[in-house]
Every structure is written in C-alpha cells, then in structure tokens.
Design a binder for this molecule. Structure first.
Ligand code: APR
Length: 181
C-alpha cells in the first residue's frame, strides 16, 4: 500500500529490512549499540563488521544511545548507504513514558535522515518484538509521527514501513487508515 503526504511517498510493505535499497534503514537497537537479535542481529549480519566498528566509535565518543535517541552509521555491505540506529522503549505496561519514547525514536530517526539530506528511509516495527510493545499501539504511534513529519517537512521523498509478516502489515495499514481519515 502506498500513500502520499505532502511530497512524501509513504509505503507499507512486507519484507526484510536488510534488503531495502532506501538510502537509510532504521535498526531497532539497544542502548549498547553492540548488536543483538531480531532486526539488530539481521542488520549486523548482513551489513558486516564495519557497522559494529562505527557503533563502537559512537559509544567511545557519545556513550550509550538512550531510548528515543538515534545515531547514524555506514550501511556496510547493505544495499542501504546508512543505518540509523534507534532504541525503542521496553513495554512496561504503558505508564512509564513508552508512547513518548517510541514517538521520539521515530521522530529522531526522521530528523537524522533530514540532517543528512537523505531522500528515503525504511523503518521496521520498532519495539514490538523483544521489547514487547503491543503492535496495534506501536503502529498508531509510528503512523502518527511519520505522517506529521511528512506533512510538516515535505521530505523525505519516501518512507517505507517494512513489516516482517502479513499480519503485522495489516496492523500498520489499519493504523494508517485510522489516523489518515
Ligand atoms: N526485517 C524486518 N522486520 C524484522 C526483521 C527483519 N529482518 N526481523 C525481525 N523483524 C521484526 C519483528 O518481527 C518485530 O516485529 O521487527 C520487529 C522488532 O523486533 P526486534 O528486532 O525484537 O526489536 P525490538 O522489539 O525493538 O527489541 C529490540 O532486541 O534484537 C534486540 O538488540 C535488540 O535489545 C534490542 C531489542
């Protein structure tokens, strides 16, 4: 499914984030930036050691990447030129600032893409795996931040939400339709 907001094409697809040829892909990282499972493991495996080396340099200068923050590295061997590593919140019931932190993770990733003049970016479903954020709630936050950013900035040219299953894809499309109407 594809929608247009201002100058931005917003696409919802089923796929593997590591295979996306957007200028940046977003990693669902943890604060250590030293890798993990899920999206994090897949990106480091596919992108190769240059990504971890770049993450270690960031750790050495900036320390931990706190929930809601985002940093950018090379994409290594990936089709994408860059990886934007962001840390989503761990779901603790919804009353520990999780919605704001998840919004910040999407918003700061988009801001970093803008600062680097990137024309396209792909997101996974941040925080909805190991961090157990309920998918429907996470999807409403993601589509809200993405549409507001595109409406306010007229860029990037393309934002992809890349879902790992048909079920997740339907959840995000339903969330979009809920906020876009
Ligand atoms: N491409 C796209 N989506 C994927 C992929 C992939 N290759 N692999 C997993 N996913 C989906 C999962 O199905 C889930 O819906 O990404 C979503 C996020 O899942 P996680 O990767 O577990 O990320 P998150 O919930 O944010 O947890 C982050 O897990 O891997 C560790 O180091 C990471 O500690 C951090 C935590």
């Amino acid at each position: 499914m594809e929608y247009l907001v201002n100058q931005t094409r917003i696409m919802f697809i089923r796929g593997d984030i590591t295979a996306q040829d957007t200028e940046a892909i977003v990693n669902a990282a943890n604060s250590s930036l030293l890798g993990g499972g899920g999206v994090d493991g897949a990106i480091h495996r596919a992108g190769g050691p240059q990504i971890l080396a770049a993450c270690k340099k960031i750790r050495a200068t900036k320390g931990l990447c706190h929930p809601g923050e985002a940093v950018i590295t090379t994409g290594g061997n990936l089709p994408a030129d860059h990886v934007i590593h962001t840390v989503g919140p761990i779901w603790r019931g919804g009353n520990h600032g999780e919605p704001d932190l998840l919004s910040s993770a999407y918003r700061n990733s988009l801001a970093l893409a803008r600062e680097n003049g990137l024309r396209s970016i792909s997101f996974p479903s941040i925080s909805t795996g190991a961090y157990r954020y309920p998918k429907e709630k996470a999807a409403l936050i993601a589509v809200g931040v993405i549409s507001a950013f595109a409406a306010a900035n007229g860029k990037p040219e393309e934002i992809r939400m890349v879902l790992f299953s048909d079920q997740d894809l339907q959840v995000y499309i339903a969330a979009w339709k809920k906020i876009a109407l």
